[in-house]
Design a protein around this ligand. Structure first.
Ligand code: SF4
Length: 234
């Protein structure tokens, strides 16, 4: 399948020297709590339903989360919040995602990241974002016949999603719609393109910075996913 081929090709990508060095250094010198565990230490592909109606866009794998487990949002605190919310809404089989063989299944949705290797301090530089961009565009393109809604977790994901949709042939308004928690925009194809309308909804990222401080609550996150899932027909 095309998606499988994409995942395989992406898994050997070494296009960003700084990120390759960081993902491999973290894997060689893991955090003490994970010292006995094997680390993935490579690009982390999107995962979930191969024919999703909803795409969830994050930022990049966490050094000791996705970079360890090989699955985005798996094995870190942000993922704990994300999967608990998806499970409450019937969009994930279980409420946690701890490792790639844990039996978790995403129901009608797929989780993707604009940058696929763990960046130092969770901050990719613009050249890394641009170098990784074609992977996201291609993954979205392979899912585009079924996707009807997207949730962007944070402003970085929001901007990356708008850029991806523009590259795929959607008419993105100028000035670009502003990110906010609960912000929404419906995007249609540019003239001459045949693409289904897509609802994009913004959410604060479920990082500890937001969840510990109460900036993002469970009910706020649930409301965003409920809205996007309903629009997508899930
Ligand atoms: Fe390749 Fe993306 Fe990783 Fe850069 S961040 S090395 S483009 S997979």
């Amino acid at each position: 399948r095309d998606l499988d081929e994409l995942v395989a090709r992406q898994s050997v990508c070494r296009a960003c020297p700084r990120l390759v060095a960081w993902r491999e250094q973290v894997a060689r010198e893991p955090r003490r709590a994970f010292a006995e565990e094997p680390y993935w230490g490579r690009p982390v592909p999107g995962w979930g339903d191969p024919a999703p109606r909803l795409l969830v866009v994050g930022l990049a794998p966490a050094a000791n989360g996705g970079n360890r487990t090989g699955r985005i949002f798996t094995g870190d605190r942000s993922g704990d919040w994300l999967f608990a919310s998806l499970h409450r809404l019937g969009l994930a089989r279980t409420r946690t995602s701890v490792h790639a063989g844990d039996g978790q299944r995403l129901l009608g949705l797929r989780v993707v990241a604009p940058v696929r290797c763990a960046p130092p301090a969770n901050k990719p530089v613009p050249t890394e974002r641009d170098t990784c961009f074609p992977w996201l565009v291609r993954e979205w393109e392979l899912c585009s016949s079924t996707v009807r809604a997207a949730v962007a977790l944070g402003s970085y994901a929001w901007d990356s999603t708008l850029r991806t949709l523009a590259a795929l042939g959607y008419a993105v308004p100028r000035p670009r719609p502003k990110f906010g928690h609960g912000a929404e925009v419906v995007l249609a194809a540019r003239e001459g393109r045949e693409l289904p309308e897509i609802l994009l909804v913004g959410s604060y990222h479920p990082s500890q910075q937001n969840t510990f401080t109460g900036k993002l609550t469970e009910s706020m996150l649930d409301a965003v996913f409920a809205r996007a899932a309903s629009y997508a027909g899930l």
